[in-house]
Design a protein around this ligand. Structure first.
Ligand code: ATP
Ligand code: MG
Length: 420
């Protein structure tokens, strides 16, 4: 039987995983230097958490969730995004009451989407969520943090920031009326989903990926012309702060985001290097969400970045660093045992070095070939003679130097000197 991965599920081979790890390490380093704390939450949550948070009439709820009944008959869902779960955790453990939080997490998300390059059914996100801060300063801070991460990853030249404001809930209600009027007047030309959304969730139409619908939206009335004064001021403060810190951005009045919980600031970091899946990071403010999930009203702002897409951006120029430092070869049964023991001692003394032991017998010459392929700088060589004499051969694989024989007792000192 030939068992294959499920459609849309990605297998991560070691070289890809190395890139993911690199991105995570850089993110951790940047987040820590802004005082953000890592947290974790379950992959499974009660289905109604997401329904309540994300909103009916979004693609995410209508068609993308992996939802099923558990053995007890309860409806549970593989998380399609992190914000709802993060708020659930923060509420449940009392992290929000009168407090300020700057949190981040990473892990897999699940969405039943049509798989293509940069779009998978299981994908990795790094998410940041900040609570208890209503001002534009924290919106600016998370954007500065993103910009720093792109610089650290060496992709800042390939990513641009697009910004919009969705205003207050009241402003959106006012705007909704004129938008519905416009959408109704062009209803026949809209795609089927968008037609349905005119009544269920008209702002969502902006999220449509159907080109003809997008074309029609170019003539739609814009939310930015209906913003309330406070939201306008908030947005202006954000833009001024970004200007002061030299963060370039483009105003994009068409960004509404695919989830219903946003208000005021929304943003996307986009690249042209990934074709249609050009958004690598997206987020915004969600001041009503904590209350919507059942907590006390607490302002929030955050974003999620798609690791898979950033990994695709890095892939071409990524320098893999899988080379061994030392490769240990042996000849004969006694020497094989000695080899594992010697390697352990070397690891104790040089914990930063990568030491690979040739396991499984094999011709000596073949073992040395492996040593060469491992890119190690040194091979340690053990034969019956060495075991009897308590010595070990040190072969310099990359230098033009004679092999030497050293006492096992002196080995660590010699290696330390070689690698310092
Ligand atoms: P898109 O418009 O591409 O569907 P989205 O608006 O659904 O994205 P968000 O929910 O804001 O995306 O998620 C944040 C980020 O997570 C996206 O910008 C993207 O980088 C990544 N992402 C979202 N869905 C997928 C997916 N199916 N596969 C890979 N990455 C994804
Ligand atoms: Mg989507």
């Amino acid at each position: 039987m030939n068992i294959q991965a499920l459609r849309g599920m990605q297998d991560l081979l070691p070289e890809q995983k190395e890139i993911f790890r690199f991105i995570e390490a850089k993110a951790r380093q940047v987040f820590e230097c802004y005082g953000y704390q890592e947290m974790g939450m379950p992959v499974l949550e009660a289905t109604h958490l997401f329904k309540r948070a994300v909103g009916d009439g979004t693609d995410l709820i209508e068609k993308e969730m992996y939802t099923f009944d558990d053995r007890n008959g309860d409806s549970i869902t593989l998380r399609p995004e992190g914000t709802a779960g993060c708020i659930r955790v923060a509420e449940q453990h009392g992290l929000l009451f009168n407090q300020i939080q700057r949190l981040w997490y990473h892990g897999p998300m699940f969405r039943y989407e049509r798989p293509q390059k940069g779009r998978y059914r299981q994908f990795e996100q790094i998410g940041v969520e900040c609570f208890g801060m209503p001002g534009a300063d924290i919106d600016a801070e998370i954007l500065l943090l993103c910009a720093r991460l792109w610089r650290e990853l060496g992709i800042d030249k390939d990513i641009t920031l697009e910004l919009n404001s969705l205003g207050s809930a009241e402003a959106r209600v006012k705007y909704r009326t004129v938008l519905v009027e416009y959408l109704t007047s062009v209803k026949d030309q809209l795609d089927e989903d968008s037609q349905r959304r005119i009544t269920s969730n008209p702002l969502r139409v902006f999220d449509s990926k159907v080109p003809q619908t997008q074309q029609l939206l170019r003539h739609a009335p814009l939310l930015k012309d209906y913003l309330d004064d406070e939201s306008k001021q908030h947005f202006q403060q954000l833009c001024e702060q970004l200007d002061k810190c030299d963060i370039a951005y483009q105003l994009n009045p068409y960004i509404v985001r695919g989830l219903d919980y946003y208000n005021r600031t929304v943003f996307e970091w986009v690249t042209s290097s990934l074709g249609a899946q050009g958004t690598v990071c997206a987020g915004g403010r969600y001041d009503g969400l904590v209350a919507q999930i059942g907590g006390k009203g607490t302002p929030g702002v955050g974003f999620a970045l798609g690791l898979d897409r950033i990994a695709l951006m890095l892939q071409a120029k990524f320098e893999h660093a899988n080379a061994a430092d030392i490769y240990v070869v042996s000849n004969g049964e006694g020497a094989r045992q000695q080899a594992l023991w010697v390697a352990e001692n070397v690891r104790n003394a040089l914990p930063q070095r990568k030491i690979v032991v040739h396991c499984g017998a094999g011709k000596f010459k073949a073992q040395l070939k492996r040593a060469d392929a491992s890119e190690a700088k040194l091979a340690l060589i053990l034969g019956e003679t060495e075991v009897t004499n308590g010595t070990i051969g040190v072969k310099f694989l990359r230098d033009d130097r004679e092999q030497i024989s050293v006492n096992v007792a002196d080995l660590n000192d010699i290696l330390n000197r070689f690698f310092s």
